[in-house]
Design a protein around this ligand. Structure first.
Ligand SMILES: [Zn+2]
Length: 232
């Protein structure tokens, strides 16, 4: 989709709005507030309003927007957002698996490239990787048709009772935290024992077979999603 390039209205910037609305809206596609968007995109609230009005007024509107009620994606907007997310996650997987990028560097690179790759390039990458379903951070890659399985995982910080879990995914946006997580063996698929705790206590975990408990920093804990392991 060729789009005009202009200050704050480039196709990259539009893509980033659509992606943010997709993520913040979640599987239930709830309406996203301008404040939440402003925070996520680090953009002034006035610019947010401006952009949302533009996107809603387009010939093929990309969002449904009412002031004070927030915004959600139109079907065209959702299609585009999922396409960009597919690009992003395929590129991350390619950089990690084929080009041996360090895990904490793939996101930044994918943020740049995701807007520009052609359908052909996307197909070639997917084929080369054997049509992967998850990226190196554990996130589902939307299909060509725009389907994305729902994530049944829970945020680690929400669990107080403790137990044994498998790491489902880690947030990809903070390179420093990602590097720390990786250095401590905290990555998708790794097993983790969580100690019971009160809401104010730090999350203490045993990773893999390690007998030594490890206290997660606030940033680390907030970026990890887990699924419980059934006891036998
Ligand atoms: Zn990423």
């Amino acid at each position: 989709m060729p789009a005009r390039r202009q200050a704050n209205g480039s196709s990259e910037s539009i893509d980033n709005y659509l992606k943010a609305i997709l993520t913040l809206g979640g599987p239930q596609e709830i309406r996203v507030t301008s404040t939440a968007l402003a925070e996520r995109l680090s953009v002034a609230p006035a610019s947010i309003t401006n952009m949302l009005q533009k996107l809603a007024a387009a010939e093929r509107p990309l969002v449904e927007y009412e002031r004070h009620r927030g915004v959600r994606l139109s079907s065209a907007g959702k299609k585009r957002a999922l396409e960009v997310v597919r690009h992003h996650r395929l590129i991350e997987t390619f950089l990690y698996q084929v080009l041996d990028y360090p895990i904490e560097e793939v996101h930044e690179e994918a943020e740049r490239l995701e807007h520009f790759i052609s359908e052909r390039f996307e197909e070639r990458i997917a084929a080369k990787l054997g049509h992967p379903q998850i990226d190196p951070h554990g996130h589902f890659i939307p299909t060509m048709e725009g389907h994305m399985p729902q994530q049944a995982s829970i945020r680690l910080t929400e669990v107080l009772a403790g137990g044994t879990f498998v790491i489902h995914s880690v947030d990809d946006r903070d390179a420093r935290t990602l590097r720390e997580l990786e250095a401590n063996g905290i990555k998708p698929g790794a097993k983790l024992k969580l100690k019971p705790r009160t809401p104010t206590e730090a999350c203490s975990v045993n990773i893999g077979r390690s007998a030594k408990p490890f206290d997660l920093s606030r940033a680390m804990a907030a970026d990890i999603r887990i699924v419980p392991v059934e006891k036998n």
